[in-house]
Design a protein around this ligand. Structure first.
Ligand SMILES: NC(=O)c1ccc[n+]([C@@H]2O[C@H](COP(=O)([O-])OP(=O)(O)OC[C@H]3O[C@@H](n4cnc5c(N)ncnc54)[C@H](O)[C@@H]3O)[C@@H](O)[C@H]2O)c1
Length: 296
């Protein structure tokens, strides 16, 4: 089994995932722009202070968990990036959510250098990353996927190989996040209506949680964020807005119009412009509650 693992991006998701790899007995080398995250990772037994070229030389498998298309592109394809420092046989696994086109661009560059690339977006949030209950939706070489199963199993409990087409897992993930966008906005508007109708939100949750209004996102957003009036992410609203944009791009590529999704995207864009981008997506409730608009 592969023993030396690299992990680039020790953020809300990457940190608990790399911690779980350490706890499963792997040697893990970590890189993040945020030096505080690297120090915390070292305190858990991780190895820091390596360059990307060293990482590629030392590791059989390298994971990435990065916040944007630009960051993923720079780490894989940029100067001093993974592809430039390639080692044939290395397996590269990107768990970030990026545009499907970027999955294909990276795969092409990686395969040319004799490496493997899996685009493996995840669902389940920070709690799933901490508790090893993540769902992985993986596109790319089945052989590389099967060889990496011990690693996936150390990080999650629902591991799917979608197809050999590298962007297939991303398509599944974008559809998942489109639904998350709908549920989050729905919970925000519905709970605002409940509050303005003088309902007790805790009692409402108890009743709707055993009714058809129940959803995992209602439970997550209400119990972990809205009920505590604490919106530290979690899943930052700007990341959900990013994913909704990718979902709309995917629809356009398929010559599909998604009119309700377009309105949804605009709502998240506005919330980001109002300064809520760094907060957890559940903050949509707060944004809606603070609106002074009236239909009169
Ligand atoms: N947070 C969630 O609930 C969640 C759930 C599923 C998927 N995702 C996806 O996972 C990815 C990571 O999300 P997150 O919430 O952990 O984001 P985050 O912003 O908390 O973490 C990203 C980390 O990457 C680091 N980073 C950025 N650019 C870098 C670079 N060039 N080199 C090294 N490090 C760099 C940042 O310093 C940060 O620590 C995103 O693509 C997101 O869409 C997040």
């Amino acid at each position: 089994m592969k023993k030396n693992i690299g992990f680039i991006g020790l953020g809300n998701m990457g940190f608990p995932m790399s911690k779980n790899l350490l706890e499963s007995g792997f040697t893990v080398y970590g890189i993040d722009l945020n030096k505080e995250a690297e120090v915390k990772f070292e305190q858990l037994g991780g190895i820091i202070g390596v360059s990307i070229s060293n990482l590629v030389r030392l590791c059989d498998t390298i994971f990435t968990s990065l916040p944007s298309t630009n960051a993923v592109e720079a780490i894989y394809l940029g100067e001093e990036g993974i592809v430039e420092n390639s080692q044939p046989g290395t397996v590269l696994i990107d768990t970030s959510t990026v545009a499907p086109d970027l999955n294909k661009k990276i795969e092409k560059a990686v395969i040319n250098k004799g490496m493997y690339f899996l685009a493996a977006p995840v669902s389940g949030g920070v709690i799933g990353a901490v508790n090893k209950t993540l769902t992985f939706m993986v596109g790319g070489s089945k052989q590389a996927f099967e060889g990496s199963l011990p690693l996936f199993n150390a990080l999650g409990e629902n591991i799917f190989h979608v197809s050999e087409s590298v962007d297939s897992g991303t398509a599944v993930k974008l559809i998942n996040n489109l639904l998350i966008g709908f549920y989050t906005a729905g919970v925000g508007e519905a709970l605002n209506l409940a509050k303005k109708s003088n309902l007790d939100l805790e009692k409402l949750f108890d009743m709707l949680n055993v009714s058809y209004g129940q959803s995992r996102i209602y439970e997550r957003n209400y119990k972990s964020f809205i009920a505590n009036d604490n919106y530290e992410p979690g899943f930052a609203l700007k990341l959900l807005r990013k994913d909704l944009g990718f979902a709309l791009d995917l629809a356009e590529q398929n010559q599909l119009d998604l009119p309700i999704s377009k309105v949804l995207f605009q709502m998240y864009e506005e919330a980001e412009k109002s300064g809520f981008g760094e907060k957890d997506m559940a903050v949509v409730f707060k944004k809606i509650s603070e609106q002074k608009t009236s239909i009169l």
